[in-house]
Write a protein that binds this ligand. Structure first.
Ligand code: SF4
Length: 420
């Protein structure tokens, strides 16, 4: 936070609700501020890498928060001034130091760094008297801006965050756009993106974004509902009921039920105090998380042939537990339907699936995966079906983890042909 004179910050490991008590919040005052919950995919999960990073530099103090991964961090690190001391191990700090090393007013500095930095970066930074936000030229991660109160502005990764604080959604930042929010209001600068194509992460539609967020004028809910409908057309099932794995698969499950004519039931109730299992840092925690996270509704499952709709199968550690839970609750058959295509390739751009070895669909066929997860049948949405459901053109999306073709990647990346 900044009151126009000094910056105050607070960073810790853990859940926001457990960290920011009244006492800590009372130390953070001012009319400018940024915040971030870090999902570590570059640099280890330790407090020194927690964000916002606080930089005390020759261009003044500033706080810096980054969503995404750079793909040319090492190349950029070598261009830093020899006197540069890095405190953290993340790509985010390299990006912040490059801005310090650059020349000119702040927006010109950011622009010059954006011309060299490859990968995914939606960034907010707070100086003593302004907040800056910028989005990489590919627009891999979302970033939007809204108005708040009397003359105020707010930027956020997802539009649902604006509604939560009573702000009004204005628009998405364009790929390659920089905005400054200060006493003069909002100032925008568009950097040159003519040499690259837009590539919004498809995983925002599949899993990451909250269903009430808006991307390209469409709520994520409606996109997921359409994915479920497409999936029902592509992979119908002889079944009695449809259920979805809460929460992110629910719109897809409702869409599948609507298209198939089967009743939608709540098969599992989620314990809302357990976090997302996919982003838990290790396999053991992910597996235990599933057991703690769901309770079956026996009356809805007993004796039924059940279609279980999930949003994705990444490592294949969660789905077998879910299938087993549904069977233990008395389901006669379990047919798994997935509202994403198989994830066959790693992500280099900020989603925690970094190697071929950890991806079940890179190593097994669909039939083999069906056996591994214990399902009576398994069907994935096609890439065409997914793209159609979003209402976007295929060539403005990143589909790298589905196709192996990325908008920007490290030159030395591993290339492997997955099993078909
Ligand atoms: S590779 Fe997949 S997860 Fe990564 S940015 Fe592209 S679509 Fe998103």
């Amino acid at each position: 936070m900044s009151d126009g004179g000094t910056l105050q910050s607070h960073r810790e490991m853990g859940l926001l609700s457990a960290i920011f008590d009244e006492e800590i919040l009372s130390t953070l005052s001012g009319h400018l501020g940024i915040g971030h919950t870090r999902y570590s995919t570059s640099g280890s999960s330790v407090v020194v890498n927690a964000q916002p990073l606080l930089e005390n530099s020759e261009i003044g103090e500033f706080a810096f928060a980054h969503n995404g991964n750079l793909t040319n961090t090492e190349e950029l690190r070598e261009t830093l001034a020899p006197s540069t001391i890095l405190q953290a191990t993340s790509d985010s700090e390299v990006l912040a130091k490059l801005i310090v090393d650059a020349e000119g007013p702040m927006m010109e500095r950011i622009k010059s760094v954006m011309q060299r930095a490859r990968g995914a970066y939606s960034v907010v930074m707070c100086t003593e008297n302004a907040v800056y936000a910028f989005r990489d030229p590919w627009g891999v991660k979302p970033l939007c801006v809204g108005t708040y109160g009397d003359g105020g502005y707010i930027v956020a990764s997802e539009s649902c965050a604006l509604a939560t604080v009573g702000a009004t959604y204005l628009r998405e930042l364009n790929p390659g756009e920089i905005v400054a929010l200060d006493e003069h209001g909002l100032t925008s600068m568009q950097t040159d993106c003519s040499t690259v194509r837009p590539a919004l992460c498809m995983f925002e539609y599949i899993y990451f974004a909250r269903p009430d967020s808006v991307l390209d004028g469409q709520t994520i809910y409606m996109a997921r509902h359409a994915m479920g409908r497409e999936l029902a057309r592509e992979h119908p099932a002889e079944a009695d009921v449809v259920m979805a794995i809460p929460d992110s698969a629910i719109p897809g499950g409702i869409g599948y039920a609507a298209e198939s004519g089967l009743p939608y039931v709540e098969g599992l109730i989620k314990n809302r105090y357990i976090g997302r299992t996919f982003i838990s840092p290790n396999p053991e925690m992910r597996s235990r998380g599933v057991q703690l996270k769901f309770n079956p509704v026996l009356e809805n499952l007993r004796g039924q042939r059940v279609v279980v709709v999930d949003d994705s199968i990444v490592r294949g550690t969660t789905t077998p537990r879910i299938v087993a839970l549904v069977r233990e609750a008395g389901a006669r058959e379990v047919h798994v339907r997935v509202t994403s295509p198989p994830i066959k390739h790693p992500c280099y751009l900020g989603v925690d699936m970094a190697t071929y070895d950890e991806l079940i669909a890179a190593n097994y066929t669909v039939d083999e995966i069906g056996v591994k997860i214990g399902a009576d049948s398994l069907g994935y949405l096609s890439i065409d079906g997914l793209v159609k459901a979003t209402g976007r053109e295929r060539d403005v999306m990143c589909l790298g983890c589905l196709t192996g073709s990325y908008p920007n990647v490290p030159a030395n990346r591993e290339v492997r042909v997955p099993v078909s």
